[in-house]
Design a protein. Sequence first.
Lengths: 118, 234, 622
Amino acid sequence: MRQAYIGIAILLLVGLLNAALFLVLSHMASVRRPTPAKAAPYESGISPLGDTRERFSVKFYIVAMLFIVFDIETIFFLPWAAIFRELGLFGLIEMFVFVLVLAAGLAYAWKKGALEWD
Amino acid sequence: MANGRTDLPVIGRADAGDVDTGVPRSWITTRLDYLINWSRRNSLWPMPFGTACCAIEMMAAAASKYDLARFGMERMSFSPRQADLMIVAGRVSYKLAPVMRRIWDQMPQPKWCVSMGACASSGGMFDNYTIVQGIDQIVPVDVYVPGCPPRPESLIYGLLMIQEKIKGESLKNDALRAESPDAAGRPNLPSDAIELVAQPFGNSTRQNRVSGIEGSGPLQRPRDRRERLLEHQD
Amino acid sequence: MASTSVSQAPAELIVGAPRPEDAASHPAVAALRKRFGAAILSVGQDAVGTPIVVVDPARSYDVLEFLKTDPAMSYDFLADVMGVDVGGGRPIRVWYQLWSHRHGRNLRIEARVPFADLRLRSVTPLWRAANWLEREVWDMFGVTFEGHPDLRRILMPENYDEGFPLRKEFPLRGRFTRSEQVRRCLNRSAEDVYAREELEMAGVLPGTKAPGDEMPGLPELPAKAMPESVADGLEGERMVINMGPQHPATHGVLRLVLRLDGETVERCIPHIGYLHTGFEKTCEYREWNQVIPYTDRMDYLAPMIYNVAYAGAVESLLGIEITPRCRVFRVILTELNRIFGHLLWLGTTAIDLGAFTVFLYTFEEREKIHNLHEAYCGARITNSATRIGGMLADLPVGWVEACREFVRNLTPTIDESERLLTNNAIWQARTIDVGVIDAATAVSLGLTGPNLRASGIPYDVRKARPYLGYDEYDFDVPVGERGDTYDRYLVRIEEMRQSIRILDQALDRLPGGPMNVDDPTVILPPKSEAMSSIDAMIAHFKLVMEGLQVPAGEVWYSVEASKGELGIGIVSDGGSKPVRCRFRAPSFVNLGSLPHLVEGGLVSDVIAVNASLDIVLGEIDR
């Protein structure tokens, strides 16, 4: 069991080292000329009008929240799918219950009109 | 200098002088220079500032037949934040000039500029009230590509010249990437230099409304022409 | 392909060619004389037979209203509003070019406004197309249109203070020195860049500066007024953003100021003029043949159509007939360029909506047309192929075969692009019922070309007022039904197929004989003759030294360009340079309809609709 984890540890280490290397090299080779113009917001070359810290309509938040919930649900499926044969019938029913709970939530959101854009 | 004249203003970085960054020139730094320049020039992300006909030839250069992708330039960045190279393709009017300058200012270093076409390089066939007579009055230009419009091969040649230019850069020489914070939004040339380079030359000196040879009126044609004039002709 | 069909023109829309009528007996002229009497100052005819009625400027609105609303007149399409300054302090002439879709007749109303009183009543209540057209006349000549909803500069910057460029007293290079022009252009404030309406939309108080917000060389950002009460519940605030001028999907340097409520576009205000090149002014300083290279650079996507149209306009003023070979060859070039323009439209529209492959396929076909262009005249895009009285040269050996080869191989590419797009669920979802415009609004907004035909009006200048012998070719005009983006797409695809049909016919019937007219006072004689015969040498000398002299007259000549109806308005004083050279760009008027098409839709639809209008900024801004 230990053997498998050593591989992951090496992968993690190499990945981190790689990222660090790129960052360090870029930092060394880079040209730094910060000017206020570069910090100004970009709006196709025209000075922007007004603040961009506007309040967004709530429908964006609703879509984002629904997405997160069902995305996490999908992620939970993955490890289950990897070993579901070993879990047997118990695992299947367990997963169905899980999906049912979330489906109830989906039905509620659907009925409440959260999936309508306007 | 051009034709032995020494009174023309020296435009660009040639007279900026080498500013020594104090990094000693050794085998490591030259290898590092080579590596950095190699990676920079082979992965340039051009920002097409395409306005008119030259933009179409630039698009053709990016398409299958002339394929900029073989030079690493297929990822055209339209955001200046992610671009290395601004290709000004087409005529720039005075209304568009501040937009171009602002976008140039918003590009992070290292950045280069290609002036593609006759109109961007010198105003082209438009010596009039509305076209900037050469974008080097507004932004510093590295390579000028002549043509109206230049063929895609010409543009590629110009881009290869940019790659050559990048080969010659060095970490040691700071002047190449010089950019002063208060140069933002200002013209690239001083007023007298603008007057000098924008003055009419060649055929532009003879733009006049007098028809034909000075003093000749409409000629009598040997054959009749149908002439439909208004009853009231002022 | 379901919604594209060559529909039978409804009974009240007659699009046959009008019979050439004498101006005085034209029904509109007779009716106007009867009704308005003294307000009709004079009547004439231009070089292509369009009746011209000069009216008293004080009554111009009444005359135009009668012409639009009276059922027997029914001039529902305002093709152009243009100004002419003939110089010498004489009154500025404003031309209203009208066409009746119902009766198939055209007419021009001319009003001459003296400099002492440069005012006319705006006709925007009658035709919405007049909105931008009158703004341009204001911008270029300084004629005020009373009652115009938004009379401000359109091509020049907002607070341009050098003057009115197309007036004869305005110098070609402008009033200020070059360094002064550069200094001014880089020192613009928010008022110079934004219209008053936009500043109000963003809640910005004009003339204020935000403290601590100064960046050297950049215009100061104005202070924001106090935000509206936040008691409106869960609604988001509106955001005013700029789309363009530097933008991958605006098809050029177009700037759209959008007021957004989340993703919905509440208000769209296009700003053009970023590519204003002063073509019309510059062409007044060029000889007749020297104007031809300028015509390439306006619609650089289908340049030969402009070459052919301009040459045709000047030839109508000269009153000469081009040779049969030239006539057929010009049809070949026009249709080839129509395909050229439509292929680019297809490629860029597809890439805007995410279909990169179609871009590559269409550009490959365009390369073949580039090769044909280059084989003929040496240039890929900016061809300058025509000359007044003929073409720049006769066809090279093998060109016709190469063209046939190209035409043969084009249909499979169009089919392949259609297979990728037409029944594609994503494509349909993004284009069906997006940017819908009905027929009446389209006509009022002055739309022409495939944009108008997609809304159901079968108006094509090649059929309505045939030129270059188009009535002898067998082709159909595709017409859509719903007027949405998908229909505009289908109409253009079908137009490419119809152009292939015309090309096949034209290539078959290309006659032999000379390409240029046999008139040494119009066009240069062949070089071999100029070197050997004294008459030809004299003619060559005169033509080069004095320039072609076009007799005094005026014309408004229109053709069907790939984007719509292209109108060339020329006034000649008998000399070697035009007095006025006007290019009524189809995309200019088509773009004026953009706010109507996108307001109420989503931001992503702005891109789809903008692409479907097939605009080219070179001809919009001129």
